[in-house]
Design a protein around this ligand. Sequence first.
Ligand code: SAM
Length: 326
Amino acid sequence: MQQVQSAAATLDADPTIEMAREIAEGFARRPKEIPAKYLYDALGSKLFEAICELPWYRITRGEHSLLAAHAGAIMSASGGCDTVVELGGGSGEKLSVLLAAAGGRELDVHLVDISPAALAQSERNLAAHLSVTLHAHEADYETGVREALRRRRTDGRALVLFLGSNIGNLSPDQAGHFLQELRRACRPGDRLLLGADLVKPEAELLLAYDDPLGLTAAFNKNVLARLNRELDADFDLLAFDHCVEWNPAASRIEVYLVSRADQLVCIRGAGCCTSIDEGERIWTESSYKYEPAGIAEMGARAGFTVREQWIEPESRFALTLFESES
Ligand SMILES: C[S@@+](CC[C@H](N)C(=O)[O-])C[C@H]1O[C@@H](n2cnc3c(N)ncnc32)[C@H](O)[C@@H]1O
């Protein structure tokens, strides 16, 4: 029978206090910003799962087909790892594909996600893997991976999964810093499997983040509903439009909420009231897009060597297996 060792929160700080601080800081910036991690409350996590089903959002299908084709090679190139850590795994469906290729090996599997709803869904989706002991960490990537790797019970290797182009939400500086911290938490020989979306025609990119059914718009606006509920804010959701731009110089998709009118909004839980002008944009998400060589260079700068890289040509998505250097 599968063991679930910890389904409890591991966040050190009170998440609401942390959220209030980050939201107040974000609204003091120009443009105003809401960190993308706050998109994932329970409804946001469900909306994201629905977005993955959209024909225009090809990241999930592209990565899934690479995993299905190469799961055996990934697990054998991971040299008999006995600890697997997935960062921001969402529903856990991709991890399930890899675990199925582990041949019933006993594994400690750590799920790190900021969303309790995503962790619960992941635990349900992984319940069939009976040789696995699950450890759930409700935490941000850095805190969670440090804790997961510190709690390793053996001298065996670890395989860290950072899939779904989650890294694309981080700026190049943040991604570089994160990979360096990850490298410090790893032992030599540990593996990192990084999924990253590649640059593709602008029209395709825009449709992935602004779909004709309006699901991506709902996912974006839901963050305001979350602030209303959790931080006693008074955003009128109908007073904002979803807006997406491709920034070729920065190689990123930028996602905004644009105010339809001059308005005053109070976020009482964050101790701030702010005026928002008609046409003013609140930046809610960035999604950086890469070239295969750039992914390898980003890993190398942090002390990871490429063992293999697989590209899905239709959706233009890359999976790169790195080894932590000694
Ligand atoms: C874009 S979804 C991708 C999910 C999954 N990797 C996939 O490919 O389908 C991002 C996931 O990471 C989680 N997440 C976002 N920011 C995070 C952060 N800073 N720390 C931990 N988890 C985070 C979200 O809750 C969500 O489950």
